[in-house]
Design a protein around this ligand. Structure first.
Ligand SMILES: *Cc1c(COP(=O)(O)O)cnc(C)c1O
Length: 234
């Protein structure tokens, strides 16, 4: 695996998608999804100029973040259990997957105790698949006013995952709907929700064409994940 070549390829793909979607490349941020990858790889990617990383397990993050590059910005992209809110708030710059009222309330309570705010994205289950977490779009619209009263949560925008499909074009309606939902929420609340976290290795180009501001890329950058903990903390 050659990280430099991988990154170059990912950057070219981002650039192409920006051209097709008439997007300014500086509005699209590449989140390097480092779950299942070692601190060595994280360090190497840092040296290539990336400093935003995504992790999806608190246990793994607790080992890696304190030992990781000093100025890295860590994003939590997994399903967060309410009993892990404390660690999540302490460790992460942004929590992408606020997927229920219960979790939002737990985060609010944790933040209140720590006298700090949390940057969050609401996870939206656009496809309605039972296996996916997140608010359904209507629920998000209905609950937004209440969520906005949770003073310690800074809602920066929305996150979604498209169902996996070999025909990547089929993901387009999913991303388009998240973009549309963002618009509806902005109209309803009269405040901006600038962040749209959508797109992974196989579908991030379509996501960018449809308005993604953060793409979460693991495999295309780091290659296949490995899951031995011993290896990860090296
Ligand atoms: C693992 C993961 C990614 C990255 O997936 P790749 O296909 O490896 O790019 C992106 N988003 C979430 C939520 C993930 O869990």
């Amino acid at each position: 695996m050659n990280l430099e070549e991988n990154l170059e390829r990912v950057r070219k793909r981002i650039q192409g998608a920006c051209e097709r979607g008439n997007r300014d490349p500086s509005d699209v941020s590449l989140l390097a999804v480092s779950k299942g990858h070692t601190l060595n790889d994280i360090q190497s990617v840092t040296e290539l100029g990336l400093h935003r990383f995504g992790e999806n397990k608190i246990q793994e993050a607790k080992l890696k973040i304190p030992a990781g590059p000093r100025h890295a910005e860590w994003h939590f992209i997994g399903h967060l259990q309410t009993n892990k809110s404390r660690d999540a708030v302490r460790l992460f710059h942004m929590i992408h997957g606020v997927d229920s009222l219960r979790l939002a309330e737990a985060l609010q309570e944790t933040c209140e105790k720590q006298a700090r705010n949390a940057r969050v994205l609401l996870e939206i289950n656009i496809s309605g698949e039972a296996s996916k977490h997140g608010f359904c779009p209507k629920e998000a619209l209905d609950q937004l006013e209440y969520l906005n009263t949770l003073q310690r949560l800074e809602i920066h925008g929305f996150m979604t995952m498209a169902p996996w499909t070999p025909e990547v074009e089929k993901t387009r309606p999913i991303f388009r709907q998240l973009h549309l939902l963002r618009q509806q929420c902005e109209d309803a609340m009269g405040v901006p929700f600038p962040v749209l976290s959508m797109g992974m290795s196989h579908d991030f180009e379509v996501a960018i064409e449809e308005g993604a501001t953060i793409v979460r890329v693991g495999t295309s950058l780091f290659g296949k994940r490995h899951y031995s903990k011993k290896k990860l903390s090296k």
